[in-house]
Design a protein around this ligand. Structure first.
Ligand code: GUN
Length: 289
């Protein structure tokens, strides 16, 4: 039997309707939530991503600020912009789109963002809090994956989750979130021996590598839930994930499509984090930089 499709677009639509009401309530209380999106250079995919993030803010009535800079901008200039945004009381979340041009150290930029406005959840303070199970902003893509598991009522306790990919943005935080929900977690990466032997153990399989069709049907345990974080292009330029969707959907119980799966949920979690940041600023105005 073919797997159920977890529709990230539909789930996002439902969640964002609720967020629009939260924006409205906060605005009525005198604080309109605001997100600053910073783009350096003209990376084609990044341009699309930032445009979608700004549009998503507008759709729910959130204030957004899109700052675009030339690719030859210096690190010092960017840090100055971040400092300005840290002190801007109309901005509650700051997102610097990655990758950055080679002359700019992404870690220096991420660490310059006030942890109170770190809606990407990339700051060391946010990462440390996630690791220790303390409240913090969670990175949006893995958080979106977790929301999808919640949406299908999947109970993670005692299950085996296999995460393929160990990036700071997806793989590592995903593993920590699954661990926090009492799953047994395996992280696989480019040095893993016999990937198939690992993925076949998975009750939940998260593919976050960036390799088209890395996950084939014979690598998936029948009935597993498969979440595809990949964003690749095939030879025709069509968007596709890390999972061979057509074949794997005949083995899995649930599967996310690409596009329309994890992608929209990433932006939805960015909105959620920005709302939480704005709520915190309203509750505790002195906590801000
Ligand atoms: N580039 C690719 N994904 C992301 C993301 O989630 N946040 C930022 N800031 N840049 C990215």
């Amino acid at each position: 039997m073919s797997a159920h499709i977890i529709d990230g677009k539909q789930l996002s639509h439902t969640l964002r309707r609720d967020y629009a009401q939260r924006v409205n309530r906060l605005t009525q209380q005198g604080l309109r939530p605001g997100l600053a999106v910073v783009l350096v250079g003209q990376h084609p995919a990044s341009q699309v991503y930032v445009k979608n993030k700004v549009l998503a803010c507008e759709e729910i009535g959130m204030h957004s600020l899109l700052l675009k800079f030339e690719a030859d901008m210096s690190q010092a200039q960017l840090l100055q912009e971040i400092d300005r945004l840290n002190h801007d009381t109309s901005i509650h979340g700051i997102l610097v789109q990655l990758p950055l041009p080679a002359q700019i150290d992404p870690q220096a930029v991420i660490q310059a963002i006030s942890p109170q406005k770190d809606v990407d959840g990339f700051h060391l303070e946010s990462a440390g809090a996630l690791m220790c199970g303390a409240p913090s902003f969670w990175p949006c893509t893995p958080h979106g994956c977790l929301q999808m598991l919640d949406a299908i009522g999947f109970e993670l306790g005692g299950k085996h989750a296999v995460v393929v990919g160990r990036s700071n943005i997806v793989g590592k935080p995903m593993a920590l979130m699954l661990l926090q929900r009492n799953a047994t977690v395996t992280i696989c990466h480019s040095h893993t021996r016999d990937l198939k032997a690992q993925t076949l153990q998975a009750d939940v399989l998260v593919a976050a590598v960036g390799m088209r069709h890395l996950i084939q049907a014979d690598m998936v345990k029948p009935g597993a839930v498969v979440l595809d974080v990949g964003m690749n292009r095939d030879e025709m330029g069509k968007l596709c994930g890390d999972v061979d969707f057509d074949a794997v959907k005949e083995v899995a119980s649930y599967i996310t499509p690409v596009p329309g799966g994890v992608g929209p949920m990433t932006i939805t979690m960015l909105l959620a984090n920005t709302l939480d940041a704005a709520q915190a600023a309203l509750t505790n105005p002195n906590s801000r930089v």
